[in-house]
Design a protein around this ligand. Structure first.
Ligand code: NAD
Length: 345
């Protein structure tokens, strides 16, 4: 199987989930890099896409439909599947069936890619595939790729990702379709979901601190006891790592994450420092909070691709906070989230 893939700038590239966070950044990056034939696909109405580069062909379509998947993969050479019905822990824990239905997207896209002779296919998996039994302590041992088995992933969302990873592998083994899979660890940055209920911890914390700064709140609500730990990947590193995994020769899933382990309290402290405020913390111990600790072990991706992320959490949060603050100041709140955000103590 070829390790390196190269395209002419007018070869067709499909990016699904392109109206969302990571897909939007990937399309923008490809457009900036001179690719002129990018098909950007998402089920969201076009006016709700986070980014819409003028050079890309943007299509609103539901990829759970097999006919749609056959159509969008026609004559394509590369496919990046970044579409999924997903969100932060609040969304995932309350919508397990919806998360699992994303299996239709990957299945139908793989079938389309196989039928149309796509050269390479990328699947966006998640750290939620890892065995939850290994993530019960804040001082967690970083997760290596083999820790996904024996399988006991996050219910719903994690099971769908693990199943779809395996389907990619077997399409490769049985049908010769070259696939690549990244296991993303908590990606954050500008132009992502920051309100409305699907946002993840860094964006939610940036929004709460920005609201405190703008509206004079004195306290901040934190989901859990603040001691749960994670590592967070800045979006530029995510796009760079995605392209490295995609064009590299390693077929099995690879962690794409940061090894900078922090607690949620640490994230709040950094964002407070960036914003120049100090808030009283109110811990909501019954709120959804996911596993107790999770970190990425990047040994394998360093070994096989020589890749490591380059953005520190502080630098990434500075960019993210600045963007969220500007959104809030400009009044670009989801109307359904408006009252909750403005009254967040
Ligand atoms: P996102 O929610 O911003 O983007 C996903 C996009 O998929 C959305 O715009 C959504 O409208 C679209 N979509 C959902 N169902 C669809 C359908 N049936 N047809 C067409 N489009 C559909 O999420 P993201 O953060 O950009 O995540 C991209 C991918 O990376 C997803 O597969 C996600 O599971 C995975 N991932 C993300 C993270 C993270 O921290 N952001 C972590 C692990 C894995």
């Amino acid at each position: 199987m070829a390790a390196e893939v190269r395209l002419a700038t007018d070869d067709a590239i499909v990016v699904t989930g392109a109206g969302g966070f990571i897909g939007g950044h990937l399309v923008a990056h490809l457009a900036r890099s001179g690719f002129t034939n990018v098909r950007a696909v998402d089920s969201k109405p076009l006016d709700q896409w986070y980014q819409r580069p003028a050079d890309a062909r943007c299509l609103e379509a539901d990829l759970r439909d097999s006919i749609v998947c056959q159509a969008v993969t026609t004559d394509a050479r590369w496919v990046f599947n970044l579409a999924a019905d997903m969100g932060g822990m609040g969304f995932i824990e309350a919508n397990r069936a919806r998360c699992m239905l994303s299996v239709l997207i990957n299945t139908n896209l793989l079938l389309g890619a196989m039928r149309h002779g796509v050269e390479r296919y990328f699947f966006s998996s998640s750290a939620c595939v890892y065995n939850v039994g290994l993530q019960r302590r804040p001082d967690v041992t970083a997760l290596r790729e083999e820790d996904a088995y024996p399988a006991a992933p996050e219910d719903g969302y994690g099971w769908e990702k693990l199943f779809s990873e395996r389907m990619c592998r077997h399409f490769s083994e049985d049908f010769g379709l070259a696939t690549r899979t990244a296991r993303y660890h908590n990606v954050y940055g500008p132009h992502g979901t920051w309100d409305g209920g699907r946002e993840k911890a860094p964006a939610a914390i940036c929004r709460k601190v920005a609201a405190a700064k703008l509206f004079g709140h004195k306290t901040i609500d934190i989901w859990g006891d603040g001691r749960q730990t994670r590592s967070f990947t800045y979006i530029d590193d995510c796009v760079d790592g995605t392209l490295r995994i995609f064009s590299g020769g390693h077929q099995d899933p690879l962690n794409l994450g940061s090894e900078e382990l922090v607690s949620i309290d640490d994230v709040v402290t950094i964002v407070e420092e960036i914003a120049g405020v100090r808030l009283k913390r109110v811990y909501q111990v019954d709120a959804p909070k996911g596993v107790r600790g999770r970190n990425s072990d990047n040994t394998l991706i360093r070994e096989v691709l020589g890749w490591a992320p380059s953005t520190t959490l502080r630098d990434g949060l500075e960019q993210t906070f600045g963007w969220v603050y500007d959104q809030l100041r400009a009044g670009r709140l989801d109307p359904d989230a408006r009252d909750a955000v403005l009254s967040t103590a």
